[in-house]
Design a protein around this ligand. Structure first.
Ligand code: AMP
Length: 209
């Protein structure tokens, strides 16, 4: 199955993706994770992307599309992918359609995780992430990852000002993809403002897994 996860930053795409990976072994591709690794390693892509990411803006389409074209050629994508954070613009969505059709693979669903903006601001400003294993937790976890005891940190772009900008960018540039996928009859939608396990039960049912 090839699935696009849609939803505002902080809606729970990464959390639901981790659960899908754990239970069904799906190939999870998060452009945000790939970009953060590139920034950390100071690769040419990371150097170009950092300023956009720190400001909560989107990294230019051509960089993301090149990155995804290469990633989709890897053998681990052959049995299906779970795309998290891509596409984020109509240009990227059109490009994904042509990548998949060149590879002879269908897009099976676009799953929208719905959460109100104010709930997202609360969630993201208290979100913490593990430096070692990428576990997504909250300020309540303290400084130590409950999964691997790595160091929990706050992402540079999870401060309130940047979060509000990211939501604005989402509303303007990414939310139009909801209609794009509805028009292709691929849109599924779930209420993400609930306990992650309750959301996950709905996700599994909606995707008919
Ligand atoms: P995320 O972890 O998905 O919230 O992504 C973090 C940041 O990486 C975003 O705010 C963007 O700056 C950048 N980014 C991730 N995915 C994309 C994408 N598909 N297109 C453009 N920028 C992206």
């Amino acid at each position: 199955m090839n699935i696009v996860l849609l939803g505002a930053p902080g809606a729970g795409k990464g959390t639901q993706a981790a659960k899908l990976v754990e239970k069904y072994g799906m190939c999870h591709i998060s452009t945000g994770d790939i970009l953060r690794a590139a920034v950390k390693d100071q690769t040419p892509l990371g150097i170009k992307a950092k300023g956009f990411m720190d400001a909560g803006e989107l990294v230019p389409d051509d960089l993301i599309i090149d990155l995804m074209k290469e990633r989709m050629q890897q053998p681990d994508t052959e049995n299906g992918v779970l795309l998290d954070g891509f596409p984020r613009t109509t240009t990227q969505a059109v490009s994904l359609d042509s990548m998949l059709s060149e590879l002879g693979r269908p897009l099976n669903a676009a799953l929208l995780i719905n959460v109100e903006n104010e709930a997202i601001v609360k969630r993201l400003t208290s979100r913490r992430m593990c430096r070692e294993c990428g576990h997504i937790g909250s300020v309540k976890d303290g400084d130590t990852c409950p999964k691997c005891e790595g160091e929990m940190f706050q992402r540079d772009d999870d401060n309130e000002e940047t979060v509000r900008n990211r939501l604005d960018v989402y509303d303007k540039q990414t939310a139009p993809l909801i209609d794009y996928y509805r028009g292709k009859d691929l849109l599924l939608s779930v209420d993400g403002d609930r306990d992650p396990d309750v959301v996950f039960a709905d996700v599994v049912a909606l995707l008919d897994l």
